[in-house]
Each structure stands twice: as structure tokens, then as C-alpha cells.
Design a protein around this ligand. Structure first.
Ligand SMILES: CC(C)(COP(=O)(O)OP(=O)(O)OC[C@H]1O[C@@H](n2cnc3c(N)ncnc32)[C@H](O)[C@@H]1OP(=O)(O)O)[C@@H](O)C(=O)NCCC(=O)NCCS
Length: 178
């Protein structure tokens, strides 16, 4: 199994180990996703995904899982389906999104994109700081998502009503041989 090690942000002396999700991680991932996302499924643009069945990466710090990202590749585009730092603000999210971008490039994707909700102010900050641009706001899209997944809470971060899907994108640089 391929394992990469990345130094976490320079302010921290710890080292993160990033491993691709393997079959041995599926049960853990299933439990974690249910805990974090109030159910087995997440819904983006009207499509339900089961993150525990998707490809992804897990971040470890001293052998303990501290974050996970899952993605879905289709038509040379990579959608980041979930990104969760179990321990925030010390480089886990950055290391995971960089691993997904690297994999997307390897698989010749030209575009990375993701959906987040209008209440996720910290997520919007995080993605924009990493070069992602808001390319669409799908007003009231969560009404549709709730028909598929009724457990989506009404109120989210900072007491903001969860209502809209915000789509962010980044075009990936792909070398085409001469
Ligand atoms: C959004 C999210 C994924 C970000 O992950 P994270 O691990 O907290 O993010 P990072 O630590 O990599 O980076 C966040 C900031 O902390 C800073 N940071 C990193 N290491 C640090 C350290 N040791 N000390 C202080 N700050 C540090 C980074 O520089 C970064 O700042 P920047 O954005 O200005 O560059 C995470 O907060 C999360 O899981 N949120 C809940 C779920 C979610 O919203 N997911 C995304 C939408 S689906």
C-alpha cells in the first residue's frame, strides 16, 4: 500500500501520515461517516453518495486517524465528496485535500470541485485559501437534498439556516506530452 508522509504545518512538529482508504478501513469509515454526517449518505446536487464505499485518504497522527477525505471521479472531473478533520487547524485538511488533488491529477482530471452548504463559513474560507472559486450558488437546493436525506439538520454552523449549496471549483494543471 502506498503511504506518503507529510510534515504538518510548520507551526506543528507532528508528522501526518496519509494512507489511501483500503478494504480494511471500510468498517471504521462507515462508522465515522454515520457519526459526522448523520447517516450513511451525503447528498450533493441531488445525488446520494455513500462515502464509506468511495475512494479516499485517511490522515494519521502517531498512528491515530485524525481526518478523512473521500472523492468521486467521473468525466475527468474529481468531486471531493467529504473532507473531515477530526482534529482541526493543524494541517490535516490541507494534507488530505492535497492528496486528493494529486490523485485527481494522476487520473488526468482537469477539474476539482465540491459542494458545501451556505452555513459552512469555515469551509468556504478553507477552500478559497486553497485556490477554489465559488462557481455557482444553488439557491434552496437543500430542500431537494432533504427529500433524499431527511436527517439534514435545519440549522448549521453559527446558527445559520442550512438552505443553499455552494459549488466551488479549481482547474488542475495537467501536463500533456509533446
Ligand atoms: C474545513 C476543514 C476540513 C479544514 O481542515 P483543517 O485540518 O482544520 O485545516 P488546516 O489545519 O489544514 O488549515 C486551516 C488553517 O489552519 C492553519 N494551521 C495549520 N497548522 C496550524 C498550526 N499548527 N497552528 C495554527 N494554525 C495552523 C493553516 O495555515 C490554515 O490556515 P489558512 O487556511 O489561512 O492557510 C475542517 O475544519 C473540517 O473538518 N470542518 C468540518 C467539516 C467540513 O466543513 N468539511 C468541508 C466541507 S464538506
Amino acid at each position: 500500500m502506498q503511504t506518503t508522509e507529510r510534515a504538518a504545518a510548520s507551526k506543528s512538529s507532528s508528522v501526518l501520515e496519509i494512507k489511501p482508504v483500503g478494504e480494511e478501513h471500510r468498517e471504521w469509515l462507515n462508522q465515522k461517516m454515520k457519526e459526522i454526517w448523520s447517516g450513511r449518505f451525503v447528498v450533493t446536487r441531488g445525488v446520494a453518495y455513500e462515502p464509506a464505499k468511495l475512494p479516499g485518504f485517511i490522515a494519521y497522527e502517531r498512528g491515530i486517524p485524525v481526518g478523512v477525505a473521500t472523492y468521486h471521479i467521473s468525466d475527468a472531473e474529481c468531486e471531493l465528496i467529504t473532507l473531515d478533520a477530526l482534529s482541526q487547524w493543524h494541517g490535516v485538511g490541507t494534507a488530505l485535500i492535497e492528496s486528493v488533488e494529486e490523485e485527481a491529477r494522476k487520473q488526468a482530471c482537469s477539474r476539482m470541485w465540491m459542494i458545501t452548504t451556505n452555513d459552512n463559513i469555515d469551509g468556504l474560507r478553507f477552500y478559497q485559501r486553497r485556490g477554489y472559486v465559488m462557481c455557482a450558488v444553488h439557491i434552496n437546493a437543500i430542500d431537494q437534498s432533504r427529500k433524499i436525506k431527511p436527517t439534514i439538520p435545519l440549522v448549521g454552523n453559527y446558527g445559520i439556516e442550512i438552505r443553499d449549496e455552494i459549488e466551488l471549483e479549481k482547474y488542475l494543471w495537467c501536463w500533456i506530452g509533446w
